[in-house]
Write a protein that binds this ligand. Structure first.
Ligand code: CA
Length: 227
């Protein structure tokens, strides 16, 4: 389960991340609202933990932008705003749960598990670029009209998903790295390049009509080929 933790307080973020990792969650960290929105565009998260006092925007504003985009992702607000009116406002803005600081790590984890047990509204979501279809829940990619899924490793599939999710926009390499490896994990500087190379080759070998372009110094862009 991959969680996006949106929190600008560095020490608290470190503490929460450590606790979540110990509970077997993968955790990405965004210290600003703008970073979080970038992450959401690129990565499929199972849930998000949202601080309301962010340096560049209010957490509630971020939540509104997120909900406007589609996303049925469960969001838990974690904040020092303890007033009832704040809680109601948070829940009315589309949050699924609300926990106030200070909090016990065990409670945060229990609440996350409860959120993740809820049936997701986006079951069976399929991404499409050219003749490639990727079922983000079944974790399978195939070419339109073929029965057999493409043979992709977990990380290759993740690379493909991130590229397809961008919908004609560049996927920044640093975000892809973060999503693939998580912070602190050992990572050689060309790992994403190697994965992209492999995905590119497999797509070409199977007759996919989409191309992964390298945007030097920035990242990668996937487009459907012209008919
Ligand atoms: Ca804050």
């Amino acid at each position: 389960m991959r969680i996006l933790l949106i929190e600008d307080h560095e020490r608290l973020a470190g503490f929460v991340r450590k606790g979540l990792k110990a509970a077997q969650f993968d955790v990405d960290l965004a210290a600003k609202g703008s970073e979080a929105l970038e992450n959401f565009e690129c990565v499929r998260y199972d849930a998000a933990i949202l601080d309301l006092g962010l340096p560049d925007m209010d957490g509630l504003q971020l939540l509104k932008e997120l909900r406007a985009k589609d996303t049925a992702i469960p969001v838990l607000i974690l904040t020092s705003r303890v007033q009832l009116a704040d809680k109601i406002k948070g829940l009315n803005s589309g949050a699924d749960d609300y926990l106030t600081k200070p909090f016990a790590m065990e409670e945060l984890i229990a609440r996350l598990h409860a959120l993740l047990r809820r049936p997701c509204a986006v079951l069976g979501q399929t991404l499409k670029v050219g003749n490639i279809e990727l079922d983000v829940v079944a974790r399978e990619a195939r070419l339109d009209g073929y029965d057999q899924p493409l043979h992709l490793s977990r990380r290759e599939l993740s690379v493909l998903e991130q590229l397809m999710r961008r919908g004609g926009k560049v996927a920044p390499k640093h975000l892809m790295e973060q999503s693939l490896y998580g912070a602190g994990e050992d990572l050689s500087s060309n790992s994403v390049e190697v994965l992209v190379h492999r995905v590119r080759k497999k797509l070409a070998d199977t007759g996919a009509n989409a191309t992964i372009h390298t945007i030097r110094g920035i990242g990668y862009l996937m487009t459907a080929d012209e008919e």
